[in-house]
Structure formats: structure tokens, C-alpha cells
Design a protein around this ligand. Structure first.
Ligand code: ATP
Ligand code: MG
Length: 367
């Protein structure tokens, strides 16, 4: 797929800017705080309706304005699409495809696919489980857009159930029948989330392991496992739901005492191990970067396999974090296979062959 152009209106520090992409590789160069990452973030929002900087919509809208708009034209093998995302300070969003507004956001997802790789991704190894869950959810949204809806349903039930538990935290005479209704919904929606996450990891794990072996040039074995808080017995939905309910019942007293839901995919973990040692405790920072690079390359490959077209690659300031051999590994893989947008503060990290074949955009103060 090929992003032909993007048009930003009142988005972040951009007042109004149209950009035509004229090569498979675009390098955005500029000093700090000029708007390079903001442009990548706009593309990421079109792909996932999420910002991995975890920005709220009112941060995305230009200061002093109420509405921001991101408009882009995308060429796919199936044809050309126009994507429009409108963001408002009050958090209400609207999406349109080919000028037709869409009621369901999941119909917008899956039109543009992109993998983002920034220095924040190093937190995938070093940080807590929430970051890994978010990463996996963002990947799943692109692999099967209906997942966005499934996750939303789960989060809705979770919020309601948590509110209920909190309200009844101090009263022992809890209406068990009302809680049972939430339990059943939590188990049904949670099972859908867990099974999809597990399936995605099972597909991603061997691809990432192969990349990791390739990049590190060693016999170290990378393993990725989804560790659900509910056992995935036989993997039949009914059985998982039953196991979910049993687990909730086991934790019922603790949940009422703590006033929050203790069982479910919101507490699950994606385990990253190298030679059976948790990756967080393993190796140097450089080795951890190798691991993240392997994950990102695996994401690219998996999305390409599933959607049958190469996704875009958004590289935000990561080249500087990699040593020359890892940089080459990445650049060799990209070649012209994936349309790539790269940010950098200086062009010296690229060799002349790259510079000659890339479109170079100078970014300064939102222009
Ligand atoms: P670096 O090299 O440091 O990563 P960058 O060019 O990637 O820099 P961005 O993160 O794209 O920088 O842009 C940051 C700039 O955007 C900052 O000057 C920030 O104040 C501005 N900015 C962010 N959000 C808004 C907003 N809602 N309205 C106006 N300006 C904003
Ligand atoms: Mg930046």
C-alpha cells in the first residue's frame, strides 16, 4: 500500500500542511520539537485510531482550536481510498472513507496499515505489562479490525463491574445476583479478547524468533508467550468462559475487599524470554534493542501476511539508537518493500545511496 499524500489541519503544531509523498522512503529532518513525530503520529492515528504516545484528543488538536483534521489518500491494490479523521477538543471523533462518514470506527480500521517503531518501544522489554498489552491490542486491531469492537465491549463491562464493586466495597450484603450478571458478561467478552490475543501471539512468536536469531547471529532463543489470567483449556470458547467464571468465584472475596476486578485480560501478560530468562533481566541495552527490532520486523511481516499487502513503516528516531550493523539490517529489510517514513535530527546517519533514493522533507515549526 502506498500513502500518496496527507493533509493536516489544526493538528498538533500544524496549522495547515499538505504533504505529497513522492518516494517509497521519506526522511523527515529537523531540529527537536518541530513536528516530525507529530506527522508520524497523524499517520499512526489513521491506521489504528490510537496514538502510542497515549495522547488525549485535546492534546492532538492545535492549541487554541477546537477541531483537527487528518486527511490522506492511500493507494492499495484494491483501489484508491480517501481517509478523513476529525478530532475534537471534547473527544468526539468522526471518520470518513471516500467522503462518506462511517458510523462504526472499525470500518475505518484496516484501510491503512502501519507499524510504528520509536524509542518508546524499548519500553516493551523494560516496562510493565500494560505497555505490552497495548502493543498487542494495537497489532490485533490491524490484523482484525473487529477486535477494536470486542475490546471496547470488554472494557465497557469491566468499567461497569468495577464501579459496582467499588460501590459495594464496604457493604457485605452485596446483591450477588447483580454481580453474577456482570460476571457472565465479563467472562463472555473477556474470553473473546483472550483467545484472539493468544492466537496473534502464536502467529507472531515464530516470526519474531527467526528475526531475532538472524539479527543477533546467535543461538539464543527468543520465546513469546501470552500468559492469560485464565487458563486457555482446550481453547474452546465455552470452556474458557467456564474457567473464567471459576476463577472469578475464587477471587470473589478479594475483589469485593479491594473493590476492583482482579481476573481478566486487563491483567494478562505477554512474556518475552531469551533462553528462558525474562528479557527484562537479560543482556545489555543493545541486546534489548535487538529484541524490539525483531518484534517490529515480525509485526511488519505478520501484517503483510494477513492483509496481503506490505504495511507502512514509521520509524521515529530509532536509527540513532541502533548500532551500524542493526541499522543496516533494518534498512536492508526495508529497501523498497515497505513505504517508510523516517524522522531524524541529522542526515548524517544515512549513506548516500539512501539519501539519493529518498524524498527529504525539512520540518520546521509545523511546516
Ligand atoms: P524531536 O526531535 O524532539 O522528537 P519532533 O520534531 O519530533 O522533535 P514533535 O513531537 O513532532 O517534535 O513536535 C513537538 C512540537 O509540537 C512541540 O513544539 C510542541 O509544543 C508542539 N505541539 C504538540 N502538541 C501541540 C498542540 N496541541 N498544539 C500546538 N502545538 C503542539
Ligand atoms: Mg520526535
Amino acid at each position: 500500500m502506498y500513502l500518496k499524500n496527507i493533509h493536516l489541519r489544526q493538528f498538533r503544531n500544524y496549522q495547515e500542511q499538505k504533504v505529497e509523498f513522492t518516494a517509497a522512503k521519506t526522511i523527515l529532518v529537523g531540529n527537536n520539537a518541530q513536528g516530525k513525530s507529530n506527522l508520524l503520529e497523524a499517520v499512526e492515528l489513521l491506521a489504528t485510531l490510537r496514538s502510542h504516545r497515549m495522547a488525549r484528543d485535546r492534546d492532538l488538536v492545535k492549541e487554541g482550536e477546537d477541531v483537527a483534521q487528518i486527511h490522506a489518500t492511500l493507494e492499495r491494490e484494491t483501489g484508491i481510498s480517501d481517509l478523513t479523521l476529525t478530532l475534537r477538543r471534547n473527544g468526539r471523533r468522526s471518520v470518513a472513507l471516500n467522503s462518506e462518514s462511517l458510523r462504526r470506527h472499525m470500518d475505518f480500521l484496516g484501510v491503512l496499515n502501519a507499524v510504528q517503531f520509536s524509542s518508546l518501544d524499548l519500553e516493551l522489554v523494560r516496562g510493565g505489562p500494560e505497555g505490552r498489552r497495548n502493543w498487542l491490542d494495537t497489532l490485533l486491531i490491524q490484523l482484525e479490525p473487529v477486535y477494536a469492537h470486542i475490546l471496547q465491549q470488554y472494557n465497557h463491562v469491566l468499567r461497569q463491574r468495577n464501579a459496582y464493586l467499588k460501590k459495594n466495597q464496604d457493604s457485605p450484603s452485596t446483591q450477588q445476583s447483580e454481580l453474577a450478571v456482570w460476571d457472565a458478561q465479563l467472562a463472555t467478552t473477556g474470553t473473546r479478547v483472550i483467545r484472539r490475543r493468544d492466537r496473534a501471539i502464536q502467529r507472531l512468536a515464530p516470526i519474531a524468533a527467526a528475526w531475532h536469531a538472524n539479527i543477533s547471529g546467535s543461538t539464543e532463543v527468543l520465546e513469546i508467550k501470552y500468559a492469560p489470567s485464565v487458563p486457555l483449556v482446550q481453547n474452546q470458547p465455552e470452556e474458557v468462559q467456564q474457567a473464567f467464571l471459576t476463577k472469578i468465584q475464587q477471587r470473589a472475596v478479594a475483589e469485593l475487599y479491594r473493590g476492583t476486578t482482579l481476573v481478566g485480560p486487563h491483567r494478562d501478560e505477554v512474556e518475552l524470554t531469551i533462553n528462558q530468562t525474562p528479557a527484562r533481566q537479560y543482556g545489555s541495552q543493545g541486546q534489548q534493542r535487538t529484541l524490539v527490532l525483531a518484534l517490529k520486523l515480525a509485526e511488519l511481516q505478520l501484517i503483510e501476511e494477513v492483509v496481503k499487502e506490505p504495511p507502512l513503516l514509521l520509524l521515529d528516531d530509532v536509527l540513532a539508537e541502533l548500532d551500524p550493523s542493526r541499522q543496516n539490517q533494518l534498512l536492508d529489510t526495508i529497501q523498497d518493500r515497505f513505504q517508510t517514513l523516517i524522522t531524524t535530527t541529522h542526515l548524517s546517519s544515512f549513506d548516500s545511496q539512501w539519501l539519493n533514493s529518498s524524498q527529504i522533507l525539512f520540518v520546521k515549526a509545523g511546516e
